[in-house]
Write a protein that binds this ligand. Sequence first.
Ligand SMILES: [Zn+2]
Ligand SMILES: [Zn+2]
Length: 236
Amino acid sequence: MHRAPAGEFTFAEAFPNGNLEPVKIHVLPAGPLQTNGYLLTELSTGEAVLVDAPQGITEKIRPVLAKEGCKLVALWLTHGHFDHMQDAARLKRELGVHVVAHRDDQGLIETPEIMEGFMGAKLGLEGVPVDQWVAQGDTLTALGRTFEVRHVPGHCPGNILFYQAEARAVFVGDALFNGGVGRWDLPGGSFDQLAASIRTQIYTLPDDTVVLPGHGPRTTVGDEKEANPFVAAVAR
Ligand SMILES: [Zn+2]
Ligand SMILES: [Zn+2]
């Protein structure tokens, strides 16, 4: 299994079969659920993109951006659960980032009272206006590269993944974990839908694709197809 310590790694270390140099990925777990924020920095363009915005990520990315000499240009939200967007409004206000998400999570992202309602707690959430809604098959261009968007509902309605083919890297949010899958018991969740998303949109990627999940260590498509206890490669 591929274990990922928090911190910084280069594509050459983490992606033996892919290449995205000189992009670096900084893994920055933050917030009460240790949600992975992934900061991608590209030294030649001076751009950076953040995948997800857990609580406290703003403080964590500032020194990295300063050290790398990069400006944060975009925030890509894998989905609208609070632990992935708690710092989004602040990032938009303070750094002016362009926010990308899937419209099926619009309510969660823009109207946080909905999330607080089903969590049964006042979380002090702040909604963030989304600048760009993306859907299945769309592409995002950043850091001089192209990322494919795929829709992987089941954990929640609007979970999307961002796939970079040359790097063999995919950011999946809470759809799939190393040895696990996202919970499907929250409003809008469905195990059957989640399993179908994983089989049709993630397990169809090359086996050596490195999966970067919303929580916990990284894994590969091949390892999960072989050993994931929740969703086997073929429905049984
Ligand atoms: Zn989630
Ligand atoms: Zn999460």
